[in-house]
Write a protein that binds this ligand. Structure first.
Ligand code: ZN
Ligand code: CO
Length: 332
């Protein structure tokens, strides 16, 4: 599974430009599902029809987002330096010293106006991107081009380091769940969504179109397990977190109970999560049409929305086990 996470993390896919990552995920799905299609907004929808039970299963949508945060060029000056805007919730404190990569492979380094010794807090207005150009004409990028954060994928034991574990680790979990799930009474709608980082847009349209009876998102969540962290009862390495609430969603008690029961019955370690900021694709589906009972399986992740995110491989493996057991049984 580590190899799958690393492979998914290596592919370009800022919000709105998910074609390459969609192509790669599609290749992994062909043997695993009955039907694959891409909807009009770009969501990749893989359907597996029920293989057990007597027709009493549910239509269950599982959502992991393919897109990642990044930057978009807004202006190229005469010397070839680029001004930019952010795509998604980029933490501008972390930009100095980080690198981005454009779809065409061009690298970008962040610089800031003024003295290199300045202690001023970086703001997007004071920052620029150096894309290796000697002039505007020489620049290999132009207005509207997008770039993603890139740092080499790393691992220390079971701890994984990458710029886009949010949410490629969730995509890997969803693929691996389909691999390990032997039979299910449910119709499974595995959706790899677009544009989550700019406001769960892909999930909104996919959820409307698919009319699921239950939705579960698979995404990263914050932790409270580093020095002087804001108190939060989620830590790396203690299992996947079953969400209770985030900023835009209160999990349906039946969905929470279904996931908790699957964990308890199969001795899968898990944590409960209350997140005071942010949300996931599940929140957009929850309020589509006449409403959909929604929940989220979260992967604890430190330094979310920075170029160096850290998660634990065991939490991902146990999330797969949790989802496979829940989906293999009845929804109740
Ligand atoms: Zn995410
Ligand atoms: Co995110």
């Amino acid at each position: 599974m580590r190899a799958l996470i690393e492979e998914l993390c290596s592919v370009f896919g800022p919000s709105g430009d998910e074609a390459l990552i969609r192509e790669l995920i599609g290749q992994h799905l062909t043997e695993l599902v009955d039907e694959i299609r891409t909807d009009r907004l770009g969501n990749l929808i893989a359907v597996r029809r029920p293989t057990a039970g007597n027709g009493d299963g549910k239509r269950i949508m599982l959502a992991a987002h393919m897109d990642e945060i990044g930057v978009m060029v807004t202006h190229v000056d005469a010397q070839g330096f680029c001004r930019f805007t952010t795509i998604g919730g980029v933490s501008t404190n972390t930009l100095i010293g980080s690198r981005v990569q454009f779809a065409n492979g061009v690298e970008g380094a962040f610089g800031m106006e003024g003295s290199p010794l300045s202690r001023e807090r970086p703001t997007p207005q004071k920052l620029f991107l150096d894309v290796g150009a000697k002039s505007k004409e020489d620049a290999a990028v132009q207005i509207g081009d997008t770039a993603v954060f890139r740092s080499s994928f790393g691992a220390v034991g079971d701890r994984l380091f990458a710029a886009n574990l949010d949410d490629r680790i969730g995509c890997a979990i969803l693929i691996q769940t389909l691999r390990e799930l032997e039979s299910s009474p449910h119709e499974i709608l595995a959706v790899f969504t677009v544009q989550e980082e700019v406001g769960t847009r892909g999930a909104a349209t996919a959820g409307y179109g698919l009319e699921p009876e239950v939705v579960v998102a698979i995404d990263v969540t914050a932790t409270g397990d580093f020095p002087e962290a804001t108190p939060m009862e989620v830590a790396l390495g203690k299992g996947p977190a079953i969400k209770i609430m985030d900023r835009r969603m209160i999990v349906h008690p039946k969905v929470r109970g279904w996931l908790e029961n699957a964990a308890k019955a199969n001795d899968i370690p898990y944590q409960l999560e209350v997140l005071e900021f942010g949300t996931t694709d599940a929140s957009a589906v929850q309020i589509s049409r006449a409403g959909v009972p929604a929940g989220t399986v979260s992967i604890p992740c430190r330094y979310i929305h920075t170029p160096s995110q850290v998660a634990d491989l065991n939490d991902a493996r146990q999330a797969v086990s949790l989802l496979a057991h829940a989906l293999g049984g009845e929804f109740a």
